[in-house]
Design a protein around this ligand. Structure first.
Ligand SMILES: Cc1cc2nc3c(=O)[nH]c(=O)nc-3n(C[C@H](O)[C@H](O)[C@H](O)COP(=O)(O)OP(=O)(O)OC[C@H]3O[C@@H](n4cnc5c(N)ncnc54)[C@H](O)[C@@H]3O)c2cc1C
Length: 268
């Protein structure tokens, strides 16, 4: 839809060319959310695609993924690491057509902070380290698991931009299993869980059923029953997300069942 309050679109060619922050500024990723509903406070869009960041590159510490990496680009990355098997399935947990996957960005999905954000699930599961750029250019790192604090709420400061996410080598080396449940065949995720196992033990990330991602860590792989119990304890009534994509109690049941399935899948 048209965003009637927008007076200007800025297309910075580099991070150094980002404009000074002013009220009404809105970071534009792929725009698949921004252009889907009125944005009455928006006056100026800062089009991050113009930055021309490389979608992903290997670094000594791991895989650096630009916030502007499109979901389709992420799904087709060719990196020889066990955890890469999670990338395409995570993208396809967002039930959009190729038109959405070709424009929606990893950063936009994280910053929107919907409970069913598959990039949030993936980056929390893989110990993603977010690189955030403040309006004055100052950089700070924040673990993905600490980024989303509530429904549609992140730890981004005003004017701060998510620039990239580093997935460390140790996380890339982990085996992973993803499970997702929706109320309807092509419905938004009601429960989206990722389990990983490797050095450091077993980790379970629970999203969609909860308002924010939950991460449970175990020294070794517990039994399916123990994992189900841990998930049930974590999914307390206050953390359950209530929307049209499923009743909170049903989402909780699905998440607990999927947690057990993940433990069983990783045992075999
Ligand atoms: C058919 C369809 C299905 C969808 N299904 C899902 C789903 O299952 N799960 C889900 O989570 N979402 C879903 N969405 C919502 C949305 O499209 C996705 O979350 C998408 O990933 C958002 O990415 P984007 O790049 O288009 O973000 P945009 O619309 O560009 O931006 C989203 C928000 O993030 C901010 N932002 C974007 N990039 C940055 C950045 N680098 N730094 C700081 N702030 C930034 C924007 O200002 C805005 O507030 C769906 C949308 C459609 C149309």
């Amino acid at each position: 839809m048209d965003l009637h309050g927008v007076r200007e679109i800025v297309r910075p060619r580099s991070v150094e060319a980002l404009p000074a922050w002013q009220p009404g500024d809105v970071m534009l990723g792929g725009g698949t959310y921004l252009f889907s509903e009125p944005q009455p406070a928006a006056r100026r869009l800062i089009d991050l695609a113009a930055l021309g960041l490389s979608p992903a590159r290997r670094e000594p510490a791991g895989l650096r993924i630009a916030a502007t990496c499109r979901l389709a680009e992420l799904a087709s990355l060719e990196v020889a690491s066990p955890a890469m098997s999670l990338f395409a399935p995570a993208v396809h947990c967002l039930w959009g057509s190729f038109k959405v996957h070709n424009v929606a960005t990893v950063g936009g999905n994280l910053c929107l902070a919907l409970p069913a954000g598959p990039m949030s699930a993936l980056m929390v599961a893989l110990d993603g380290l977010l690189c955030l750029r403040g309006p004055g250019g100052a950089l700070r790192d924040l673990p993905a698991r600490d980024f989303i604090v509530d429904f549609l709420t992140t730890r981004l400061h005003p004017g701060e931009m998510l620039e990239s996410i580093l997935v460390p080598n140790a996380a890339l080396a982990r085996q992973g299993v993803l499970r997702q449940a929706s109320l309807t065949r092509y419905g938004r995720s009601a429960a989206l869980l990722i389990g990983t196992i490797g050095d450091g033990g077993f980790s379970l990330t629970i999203t969609a059923a909860s308002k924010r991602p939950l991460r449970l860590d175990f020294g070794t792989l517990p039994s399916a029953e123990q994992v189900r119990h841990a998930a049930a304890d974590a999914l307390s009534p206050d953390i359950l997300h209530d929307d049209i994509h499923g009743a909170p109690a049903w989402k909780r049941d699905r998440a607990i069942a999927l947690a057990g399935e993940i433990a069983e899948a990783l045992r075999t």
